[in-house]
Design a protein around this ligand. Structure first.
Ligand SMILES: [Zn+2]
Ligand SMILES: [Zn+2]
Length: 419
């Protein structure tokens, strides 16, 4: 497999030479029905993946990077997309020759998404924006089954209207007051013939070195806008509570720096009883601790003492775990039964997404025994007779009286196997 890959890439590059340019939808990994949001999201992912800063000395990646930005520009503009859909690459070429559509430098385009002049990595003088942490609540059910979902946050983005220039007409002048340096040297006279030179931030441009005559109406010249941004999120089965997922360079963007990372913490939501466990609204639900699950099951006095009962617990994916005792099998109050393999799926951070049925934690069922509030008169009489017989005996002796002294404290049923 490892040997074949470069060969395949080479063949693909060769094919491009022969057949001309690769289909733009294919380049972005999309189909023809793709929405603008999908196009943007594909660009975000692929442009980072193939950025030359992240793939030094890799010409194939560099070509890919250029190709991805071309594909994005062709498809994000409705008019150019229409031409491309109808006439393909040849149509776009003619349109450009006729003056239609503009081609950006691929690094310019990249900087409109991620800021920082189109580069990241450790270039000298390159500033990096702050990382941002976001918490997203995930239901236990989704931690168990896995789920692809979305969340929104207010992200600072480079203004699309002015492409981060801050100018309505795209026209940015070099500040005349400071000649674009952002700072000015000011001479103070200390005494006749004695001067002190002090460097001060330029008051005309606020230190940016640039001035804008007509401010962009969308961002008011700020070059950035903050707006709700949707991020897609994949919860893999068994991911740990409080696991952190890092989205490289997806924090606030600015023309002044390379965007930092967006760090998403998945936090288990308090169970929503009506939606998460419709059959168990009386305060009974699964609790998680690492790879194990905990469940509390209520038994009546008769069930605990006499046995002969069945419980069907609906698990987080809808399958049923059956608990049962035969007649005469006693369950002590507070007894915890282990049901192997009915806990959480075990997730490995190395990205191994193959789960075997055996790679599950345990389910621990704790039994709570509830005594009746009142006794019916006949019942009371019968019990009285029984307990008179045991009067004065200690708990240890009672175990013996039950006739099954070894089994009293061990009731590890294998109920789940009988399904
Ligand atoms: Zn703007
Ligand atoms: Zn200035």
């Amino acid at each position: 497999m490892l040997l074949r890959r470069p060969a395949l890439l080479f063949l693909l590059t060769l094919a491009q030479f022969v057949l001309g340019l690769e289909d733009y939808y294919k380049v972005l990994g999309l189909n023809k029905q793709a929405s603008d949001r999908e196009i943007k999201s594909a660009y975000r992912q692929l442009s980072k993946k193939f950025h030359p800063d992240k793939n030094p000395n890799d010409e194939t990646a560099k070509d890919k990077f250029v190709e991805v930005s071309e594909a994005y520009e062709a498809l994000i503009d409705p008019e150019s997309r229409k031409v491309y859909d109808q006439y393909g690459h040849e149509g776009l070429k003619q349109r450009q020759q006729g003056g239609g559509g503009q081609h950006h430098d691929p690094f310019d385009l990249f900087s409109r998404f991620f800021g920082g002049g189109g580069h990241f990595g450790n270039q000298p003088g390159q500033r990096r924006g702050p990382n941002i942490e976001v918490k997203v609540g995930i239901a236990l059910r989704d931690f168990y089954n896995g789920r692809t979902t979305e969340f929104q946050w207010d992200k600072q983005q480079i203004c699309e209207e002015c492409e981060g220039t801050g100018a309505a007409d795209g026209h940015v002048d070099t500040c005349r007051s400071c000649n674009g340096h952002g700072v000015k040297l000011v001479r103070h006279q200390l005494a006749p013939g004695m001067f002190q030179q002090v460097q001060m931030q330029c008051d005309q441009c606020g230190g940016r070195g640039k001035t804008i005559k007509h401010k962009c109406p969308v961002c008011a010249g700020q070059r950035v806008v903050r707006k709700p941004t949707t991020v897609s999120l994949t919860v893999q089965p068994g991911m740990a509570d409080n696991v952190k997922i890092v989205y490289d360079n997806e924090a606030d963007a600015s023309p002044d720096y390379v965007a930092g990372d967006l760090i998403v913490t998945l936090v288990e939501k308090e169970p929503d009883l009506e939606n998460d466990n419709p059959e168990h609204v009386d305060g009974v639900f699964f609790r998680r601790k690492g790879d194990d699950l905990f469940w509390r099951e209520i038994l009546s006095l008769r069930e605990a003492w006499m046995g002969d009962w069945t419980r069907n617990i609906t698990h987080l994916d809808g399958h049923v775990v059956r608990l049962l005792r035969k007649r005469g099998e006693v369950v002590q109050p507070g007894h915890v039964e282990t049901v192997p393999g009915e806990g959480m799926p075990k997730w490995h951070e190395d990205g191994d997404s193959v789960y075997h049925k055996t790679e599950f934690g345990n389910l621990y069922v704790e039994y709570v025994v509830v005594l009746p509030d009142q006794m019916e008169s006949g019942m009371e009489k019968d019990f009285w007779a029984v307990f008179q017989k045991w009067r004065g005996k200690k708990a240890v002796d009672l175990h013996k009286d039950s006739g099954r002294p070894d089994k009293i404290l061990e009731h590890d049923g294998h109920a789940h196997e009988e399904l």
